[in-house]
Each structure stands twice: as C-alpha cells, then as structure tokens.
Design a protein. Structure first.
Length: 27
C-alpha cells in the first residue's frame, strides 16, 4: 500500500495505482 500512497500523492500515476491495486485484489 505504501507504493500506492506515493503514486496517489503524485497524482500522475493514480490511475496506474488503481489498476495495480485492482490486480492485487484491493478495492
């Protein structure tokens, strides 16, 4: 989740983070 937070913080790869989280099974 830490990497996701960093990406969301950047806002640039937010969509990518969501895709990764979804692939991992996170909501």
């Amino acid at each position: 989740m830490k990497r996701a937070v960093v990406l969301l913080s950047g806002g640039i790869d937010s969509s990518t983070t969501l895709a990764i989280a979804g692939a991992e099974g996170h909501e």
